[in-house]
Design a protein around this ligand. Structure first.
Ligand code: DC
Length: 232
């Protein structure tokens, strides 16, 4: 059976990662988290004291850095130059700075090439902000996953609480609003719904419901807006 490229884009906290992982597992596809790649590069820039205001230095760093995903049992590890940075890239400081790194055109070009190489054979679920618009504009299936800012903040709050972290709901709400603004107003490759992507508002849906919806559409080759997916 032909293996497709499934692109899932959307704002922070819409449930993309969990849903993309569920879809990948059920389809037997590879899951690729492109946000983790921008985070990994940001982390390595911070620990190497690279000046984040210098686009040129960040591009040089991206050119000489190897970013890989390693699957250990059911877990995906993020490896940068042989170092496991899976945990570190989720630090608050990294989250704060990643948008700066992701706004550098040259950096995006290098990471986009890596992502295209990882997905070119198909059989991938790739999630991010610009997958349907820039990385794989010809992906067979494109979804734009959204949820209200309140719902996304609630989900994030619950997730952090479950991890035993001390959290302030107001701070989370502000952080989501700020990240939405930065992602959507970025000069290059901003977050936006591709014309032929299907919008899924998950505000009143469970993650399992969204994953089911996506898997059913892919398995049944349901039309994605104007584009017909022919039975292979
Ligand atoms: O999905 P995430 O929160 O892990 O993404 C981290 C950052 O990377 C966020 O600031 C948006 C940015 N990003 C991007 O610019 N393009 C992508 N394809 C994925 C993430």
């Amino acid at each position: 059976m032909k293996k497709f490229i499934i692109a899932i884009d959307g704002p922070a906290g819409a449930g993309k990662s969990t849903i993309a992982k569920m879809v990948a597992r059920r389809m037997g596809y590879v899951y690729i988290d492109t946000g983790a790649m921008y985070r990994a590069l940001t982390y390595i820039a911070i620990i190497n004291r690279v000046d984040l205001r210098s686009g040129e230095d960040l591009v040089k760093l991206a050119e000489r850095t190897k970013i890989e995903f390693e699957r250990v049992d059911d877990r995906i590890r993020v490896i940068i130059d042989g170092m496991d940075v899976t945990k570190e890239i989720r630090d608050e400081k990294v989250s704060e700075c990643t948008n700066v790194v992701a706004s550098v055109q040259g950096v995006r070009k290098i990471l986009r090439k890596m992502q295209q190489k990882m997905g070119k054979k198909g059989g991938v679920v790739m999630e991010g902000r610009d997958i349907g618009t820039c990385v794989f504009p010809s992906a067979e299936f494109k979804f734009y996953l959204d949820a209200s800012p309140e719902e996304r903040a609630k989900r994030r709050y619950k997730e952090l609480k479950q991890k035993g972290e001390k959290v302030d709901y107001g701070r989370i709400e502000n952080s989501i609003a700020r990240r939405d603004y930065l992602d959507k107003t970025r000069g290059i490759n901003p977050l936006k719904q591709a014309k032929d992507a299907l919008m899924i508002d998950s505000t009143d849906m469970t993650l399992a419901e969204v994953a089911n919806f996506i898997v059913n559409r892919v398995k049944n080759r349901v039309k994605v807006n104007a584009r017909e997916i022919r039975k292979q």
